[in-house]
Design a protein around this ligand. Structure first.
Ligand code: CTP
Length: 410
């Protein structure tokens, strides 16, 4: 744990503070889950999840009193989020810690959110998804650094195996299927054989019970991964798509490279949005809207996918148009949709629009028109559009020519 490449100095100091406070309060305290896995893999850790074999909310309040920051509590789940004081938040990412009371979980119905009961650390590890995520490092006092590994996670980590902890794991929580594929792709691991067999029509059928938001969240996480493409292909190979939505198509291999594209050109977009557009843009409108509803896309995301599909269809009619017509057709569309259709078609006018045309504006402003005594009304927009079109189409090339054209329009 003393390797700065894995845990930063400041994170380590924080863990030491947590260690002494938990010893002082006699509250056994552990680092758990992904951070333990990543420490053992000697990879930088993302977040710090802390489990207490004691009341996590009480411990959180003690942390606030001793170190500062503030606490958000979830009494029903016996958990809290400790938001670090600003002096620490500046240097530690993320700037909050999850504090969890060790618990066991039961699932009333498959796919439902679990019912939680405070319990021992070992039970807390047994409620988790995979052996590699079911290890803990004890933090309090002299125990600092002790590894707790009752389910042999370390051995699976060594052999690169993703293994569920009990046969009903994917039935209780089928989002773990996505998680399994994520870890498999991220670390080049393999699904242990009975884990792989547990991804079957019985567990996949429970996707139907999951909210669109939960499924989309998992897909979002996949698209944010470096190996997103192979993960999506793996989900496809495991025949999971039809359980998400009957019309969810295979990911077109011709678009593979685009998924890994470095998004330049100042296009505001998430990797996930790029992924969904590529995945769905060749579907018909009904299928796009139906999948968007199932996955509870935001209206912005639905619009982006739909716009890309429409633009792709209208490309043959726009080819060889004047720049002003391209600008008119494209300016109401999300830039990401235009970019994706450019990637797919290689149509140079789309790139010209993204790089240059969309920035072209006449020198004349609404105020100038007002100064010319033009009465308020739709004519303002029309004149400004005509001036812009003249610039775009090369009919005017300097301010003097713009003024001359303006005079003919007033
Ligand atoms: N977990 C689980 N079942 C889930 C989600 C999470 O058992 N459906 C447990 C796992 O032990 C996991 C921990 O909660 O390690 C924290 O979950 P999360 O933060 O989502 O994952 P990380 O392990 O931190 O992995 P990643 O690096 O992908 O964020």
């Amino acid at each position: 744990m003393e390797n700065e490449r894995i845990i930063s100095n400041r994170q380590l100091i924080l863990l030491r503070d947590i260690s002494s406070l938990s010893a002082e309060l006699n509250m056994p305290c552990y680092l758990v889950g992904g951070s333990v896995r990543d420490i053992l893999l000697e990879q930088p850790i993302n977040d710090l999840d802390i489990v207490l074999e004691a009341n996590a909310i009480e411990f959180g309040n003690a942390l606030v009193k001793k170190i500062g920051g503030r606490l958000t509590t979830h009494p029903k789940f016996h958990t809290a989020i400790w938001h670090l004081p600003e002096s620490l938040a500046e240097h530690i990412q993320p700037s909050f810690l999850d504090l969890i009371t060790a618990r066991s979980e039961t699932y009333k119905t498959p796919g439902a959110l679990p019912t939680v009961t405070p319990s021992t650390m070992e039970d807390d590890l047994r409620r988790r998804d995979f052996t590699i995520n079911a290890m803990a490092i004890r933090l309090d006092g002299d125990h600092f650094g002790e590894l707790l590994d009752p389910l042999n996670g370390q051995s699976d980590l060594k052999y690169g195996l993703i293994r569920i902890l009990h046969p009903r794991s994917f039935i209780d929580d089928p989002t773990r299927i996505f998680r399994a594929i994520r870890y498999e792709g991220r670390y080049s691991f393999h699904l242990e054989s009975s884990t792989s067999e547990s991804i079957n029509s019985t567990s996949l059928d429970i996707f139907r019970m999951l909210s669109g938001e939960r499924i989309r969240h998992e897909l979002d996480l996949i698209f944010e991964e470096e190996q997103a493409l192979s993960m999506i292909q793996r989900l496809q190979e495991l025949d999971t798509f039809k359980y998400i939505h009957q019309k969810l198509p295979d990911f077109n291999p011709a678009y593979s490279d685009f998924l890994e594209m470095d998004m330049g050109l100042d296009i505001p977009a998430s990797r996930a949005a790029l992924g969904y557009i590529l995945w769905l843009m060749d579907l018909n409108e009904d299928a796009i809207l139906s999948i968007s509803r199932r996955l509870e896309f935001t209206s912005e995301l639905t619009h982006s996918v739909w716009a890309a599909s429409q633009l792709k269809k209208s490309l043959p009619f726009l080819t060889n148009s004047k720049p002003s017509l391209w600008a008119l057709a494209l300016e109401k569309l999300p830039l990401l949709s235009v970019y994706v259709v450019y990637l797919d078609s290689g149509e140079g006018s789309l790139l010209n629009y993204i790089s240059f045309w969309r920035h072209v504006k006449p020198h004349t402003t609404g105020n100038d028109l007002k100064a010319h005594g033009l009465p308020p009304g739709p004519r303002y927009g029309e004149i400004l559009t005509q001036l812009r079109a003249a610039w775009l189409d090369g009919e005017i090339t300097n301010e003097k020519e713009e003024k001359e054209l303006l005079n003919t329009l007033l």
